[in-house]
Design a binder for this molecule. Structure first.
Ligand code: HEC
Length: 187
């Protein structure tokens, strides 16, 4: 079903190319669908792991599951997915490039001006790719591992310290933007 959707979307996109605007709309829809499909899945698995083995035991989920899911999405849809942040935990994966950084800074400004963070997104053609980012707001569950020092258990602190000695991704409060999910596809 999913494959059919994307096959259809790609077909529509290619038919619509002479009308640049219509093509962009289709790409935006496609990118949005890819980007919004992952966080609820991650959240469900995270919650399940936290219930089962506590937040320290759930850290491998964040560490290993996110790239695994991203690999699957790439295979199924042709969209490359990753998570980025202005204050990274995993320096090897999540440092934004210039385009992503500008979008994240813009999201922070718009959130500060009162826009609901869950609705912040940006999509456009950049060179020979279509790129899209969507903000990931901090929810109560996230505070177990991204909140202030008194919200993070000693067990979580010690696992974080071991795996991420330069961790900058703590001190967040609910509703702030933790980062974004970033997707891109060659045109
Ligand atoms: C159980 C602990 C835990 C919870 C709960 C958690 N995270 Fe994370 N988060 C991590 C770890 C560990 C990483 C680093 C993953 C890696 O190595 O790629 C991470 C990385 C990220 C990243 C990638 C950018 C970076 O800094 O490396 C984003 C974005 C993110 N988390 C958002 C969230 C959001 C939003 C929530 C709540 C919905 C959340 N996280 C809940 C532990 C957690």
């Amino acid at each position: 079903m999913k494959t059919l959707f994307f096959a259809t979307a790609v077909l529509v996109a290619s038919l619509a190319t002479p009308f640049a605007h219509a093509g962009d709309e289709v790409l935006l829809e496609e990118a949005r669908k890819v980007a919004t499909s992952l966080p609820p899945k991650m959240l469900a698995v995270l919650q399940e792991e936290i219930d089962k083995s506590g937040p320290a035991g759930a850290i491998p989920v964040c560490k290993d599951m996110a790239p695994k899911m991203a690999g699957k999405v790439l295979q199924e849809t042709g969209w490359k997915v990753r998570r980025v942040s202005l204050k990274v935990r995993n320096e090897a994966r999540a440092i934004p490039d210039e385009w992503e950084k500008a979008a994240l800074e813009d999201f922070d400004k718009r959130a500060a001006a009162g826009e609901p963070p869950a609705r912040l997104e940006k999509g456009e053609k950049v060179g020979s790719e279509y790129r899209y980012v969507k903000a990931l707001p901090v929810q109560p569950l996230c505070l177990n591992c991204h909140g202030s020092a008194d919200q993070i258990s000693d067990a979580v602190k010690s696992v974080l310290k071991e795996h991420y000695p330069n961790d900058r991704a703590t001190g967040y409060s609910e509703g702030q933007i933790r980062g974004a999910i970033s997707v891109r596809k060659p045109l």
